[in-house]
Design a protein around this ligand. Structure first.
Ligand SMILES: Cc1cc2nc3c(=O)[nH]c(=O)nc-3n(C[C@H](O)[C@H](O)[C@H](O)COP(=O)(O)O)c2cc1C
Length: 318
């Protein structure tokens, strides 16, 4: 598939994950061979107020194209202004969040609240498309709940105002992240629009991605939770879709090596205090399934310095 001037083949995207897909993790996924990554969702208001923490989230320096930035908001004009700021910060593609189920987002009519207000959803997309000269994409859920599925109508409305790709997380807002994703709706969205559709929800291994494409004819896949502590999943799925080859799972040595490199990046970008705090969750994900994981997890949670974290991780290899 093509997006703007980017020929993406059958892309495997690392999903936007708030609190996870920061610069350090994006670089880590790319270091193991992942091609396409997204930022965390970024508030349009915070960006236009020049909030310093938010501006840091827009640090895309040194990252390969296409640099995909996800924005969330509820006001078309503010979203358009935020999109221009993202492009100034070297974004190549602007994605709009219409799926976040969190209460603090919904109460501002942002994220999945837009599934209840399709005219506003369309107005936001239209304003952003008109403001920028890069591809605009949207990530949606199926609807608010099973009784109010709006994916088809929304997707058609977004296509009509110039959106160039739609990612469908095949759950409703009410489901949050529980229950099974209903891929059948991805197939229906794909059938109802002419722009590329990316399937998302419950891809945890290479074979899942192949089934998702086979069942829905979607143009690419997006992977979220499966990549937590497992950046290799992205290149492993890529390899399977491109060449039919299932690459081996990483060895424990490789996992620790990459976790330590990831940690170095976190420290570089966030400093020791915040970095250590954030790395604890990643480290626990990296060690999932290793021998004595519960014990090591406790040690990770008790680390008080970067050096202690390195010692705990390195000891796994002894
Ligand atoms: C911790 C976490 C943070 C997330 N943050 C975002 C976000 O910032 N923007 C977004 O569009 N979706 C976000 N999502 C949803 C994911 O992008 C994805 O749609 C969802 O997890 C389903 O895919 P999966 O089954 O592969 O995890 C988040 C999900 C999780 C678990």
């Amino acid at each position: 598939m093509k997006l703007g001037h980017y020929e993406l083949g059958v892309p495997v995207f690392l999903a936007p994950l708030a609190g996870v897909t920061d610069k350090a993790f994006r670089e880590t996924v790319r270091s193991v061979g992942g091609e396409y990554v997204w930022t965390e969702m970024i508030s349009d208001k915070a960006l236009t107020y020049q909030n310093s923490r938010t501006l840091k989230m827009l640090d895309l320096s040194g990252e390969a194209e296409p640099r995909i930035v996800q924005l969330f908001g509820s006001d078309p004009e503010t979203m358009a202004r935020a999109a221009l700021l993202a492009i100034e910060a070297s974004a190549n593609i602007i994605d709009i969040n219409m799926g976040c189920p969190a209460q603090k987002i919904i109460k501002n009519n942002e994220g999945s609240a837009l599934l209840k207000d399709l005219p506003r959803a369309q107005a936001i997309a239209s304003a952003v498309v008109k403001a920028v000269n890069v591809p605009v994409t949207v990530k949606i859920r199926l609807g608010w709940n099973d009784q109010e599925i709006v994916a088809l109508e929304l997707a058609k409305g977004l296509e009509a105002v110039g959106v160039q790709m739609i990612t469908v997380h095949a759950r409703t807002r009410e489901q949050f992240y529980s229950g099974q994703a209903n891929w059948e709706w991805i197939r229906r969205v794909k059938e109802s629009v002419n722009i590329p559709v990316i399937g998302n929800g419950d891809v945890c291994k290479p074979d899942d991605a192949a089934r998702l494409i086979e069942q829905t004819r979607c143009d690419g896949v997006m992977i979220g939770r499966g990549a937590l502590g497992n950046p290799w999943l992205i290149p492993r799925v890529q390899s399977f879709l491109k060449h039919g080859i299932i690459l081996p799972e990483p060895s424990i040595e490789e996992r620790i090596r990459v976790a330590l490199e990831h940690f170095d990046r976190v420290l570089r970008y966030k400093g020791e205090r915040i970095g250590l705090n954030e790395m604890r969750k990643h480290a626990v994900w990296y060690i999932k399934g290793v021998r004595k994981a519960a014990l090591i997890r406790d040690e990770i949670m008790q680390t008080r310095s970067a050096e202690e974290m390195r010692v705990v991780l390195n000891r796994i290899l002894e």
